[in-house]
Ligand binder design. Structure first.
Ligand code: HEM
Length: 489
């Protein structure tokens, strides 16, 4: 009897504990507010494929439509993926500054692996990639650039000497060609430039044509363009292996990027392999070729269209010629600040890389300039767009107008608005390592043209080719030229 009473007491106590726990849980669920995730607004689209269709119509078209409605942070659903846009310096700072372990490039840029080849850049862990990017930094430091400039100037002189006294040319084609010649000389080395240029540029052409929009989704799809790409990559590896082994055998060293990569060593003392050197050179050419030639063409189109800026850059050339004679070197190119502002403005209006992306591995929050906060969950693709963000009205006065003086010291529009207001070269952790090289190359070309030719744009002002992987100029840019030496007075 006593035992039964104690059993039921025990049951009652147990029941009381469970009941208290259930009631407490109910109260906590019903009454205590849980911190809600403040997810960004979502782009309205038809179910399943709607977001993808809108995105494929052109990311910048979508941004133009959605930014005024949804603000600087919003998500677009692409089938099973969510892509969140961060537009403007207030919300994109994390994009540029985050650690690779939080926001990584590898997954979103992996489609480059068959082009660059195995063992480099997006095919390796961040720790190795970081070391490889150090090799880039080393090969593009100021002492090296000084040597490259002399070759850039020489290439421009040789190239334009073939134009003759007068004629009509497609400026876009001419600048593309000159830039690959210059890149070959400075980056790939004189063996390629002097003896193998035609072979190597044809192979690069095949690599280039193997990078299609479909390659981003399915880089190994067995299509003819991918097969040609793979064949070209293999042949390039053979060509560079021969050059590298011949340089090593003869012990002759050269002053180019190829040599820098050959001489680079990892922290553990390991030397770069021939395959890695080839891959890094291909990556450099891909990073710099279209981007620089497109920017040179836009710069030319704007200078030829706006007489005011043409006469400003001509005056600057005259002043420098009075000061230094006809000599052009690294330091003199660095004095061409008016021309540089024109290049920077052409690049603000037309950044060739219109969208930069990362894959998010951890949740993070952003605060808009209006004070709204959003939580972006891990698993999202995170993107920003130089083509859209470079034209924000609260940063740039009359943002669609070509106005290089906005970068003059008294206005400094990109600096006034703070870091990440001008993102044609990206910024932060993965900012472009070739920016100084690109400016020097484009300045050297335009300085030569301004000093030696009278130019006139004879086709309509060019339009943007939004369909290209690296967004550039649509169609030909026809120019009439007449040789003349720029009079100093
Ligand atoms: C006008 C010419 C150029 C433009 C507009 C440009 C633009 C860019 C942009 C936007 C990025 C950042 C990508 C991202 O954040 O996802 C970048 C990165 C890079 N660029 Fe350039 N680029 C130019 C020329 C060059 C040249 C000439 C080279 C080398 C010779 C080069 C080498 C690189 C490298 C190695 C990176 C990767 C940096 C990293 O991830 O740490 N670029 N470039």
């Amino acid at each position: 009897m006593v035992a039964m009473e104690s059993d039921s007491k025990f049951l009652n106590v147990g029941f009381l504990i469970v009941a208290t726990f259930v009631v407490a849980k109910l109260i906590s669920v019903l009454l205590i507010p849980k911190p809600q995730r403040r997810l960004p607004p979502v782009v309205k689209a038809w179910p399943v494929v709607g977001g993808l269709v809108r995105f494929l119509k052109g990311p910048v078209v979508m941004l133009r439509e959605e930014y005024p409605k949804l603000g600087s942070v919003f998500t677009c659903k692409l089938l099973n993926k969510k892509i969140t846009f961060l537009i403007g310096p207030e919300v994109s700072a994390h994009f540029f500054k985050a650690e690779e372990s939080d926001l990584s490039q590898q997954e979103v840029y992996r489609f480059n692996v068959p082009t660059f080849g195995p063992g480099v850049v997006f095919d390796v862990d961040y720790s190795v990639r970081k070391e490889q990017f150090k090799f880039f930094t080393e090969s593009l430091k100021t002492t090296k650039l000084k040597g490259y400039v002399d070759r850039m100037v020489k290439e421009a002189e040789d190239y334009f000497s073939k134009w003759g006294d007068s004629g009509e040319v497609d400026l876009k084609y001419e600048l593309e060609h000159l830039i690959i010649l210059t890149a070959s000389r400075c980056l790939l080395g004189e063996e390629v430039r002097n003896k193998l240029f035609d072979d190597v540029s044809a192979l690069f052409h095949d690599l280039d044509n193997g990078m299609l929009p479909i390659s981003v989704l399915s880089p190994y799809l067995p299509i003819p363009a991918h097969r040609r790409r793979d064949k070209a990559r293999k042949r390039l590896a053979e060509i560079f292996a021969n050059i590298i082994s011949s340089r090593r055998q003869t012990g002759k060293t050269k002053d180019d990027m190829l040599q820098c990569f050959m001489d680079s060593k990892y922290k553990d003392g390991r030397q770069t392999t021939e395959s890695e050197v080839t891959g890094l050179l291909i990556a450099a050419l891909f990073a710099g070729q279209h981007t620089s030639s497109i920017t040179s063409t836009w710069t030319g189109a704007y200078l030829l269209h706006y007489k005011k800026y043409m006469s400003a850059v001509l005056d600057e050339q005259k002043n420098l010629m009075q000061k230094h004679g006809s000599k052009v070197d690294h330091d003199i190119l660095s004095e061409m600040v008016v021309l540089r502002r024109c290049i920077k403005e052409a690049l603000r209006l037309h950044p060739p890389l219109i969208m930069l992306m990362r894959s998010s591995h951890s949740d993070f929050s952003v605060k808009t300039r209006e004070g709204k906060e959003y939580d972006i969950p891990k698993g999202h693709i995170v993107a920003t767009s130089p083509a859209f963000a470079n034209r924000l009205q609260y940063i740039y006065k009359d943002p669609d107008t070509f106005d290089p003086d906005r970068f003059a010291p008294e206005r400094d529009e990109d600096k006034v608005a703070g870091a990440f207001s001008y993102i044609s070269f990206g910024g932060g952790r993965h900012g472009c390592l070739g920016e100084p090289f690109a400016y020097l190359q484009i300045t050297a070309i335009w300085s030569h043209l301004l000093r030696n030719f009278e130019l006139e744009l004879i086709s309509p002002f060019p339009e943007i080719d939004w369909n290209a992987m690296v967004v550039g100029v649509k169609g030909k840019v026809m120019v009439r030229y007449k040789h003349r030496e720029l009079p100093i007075n």
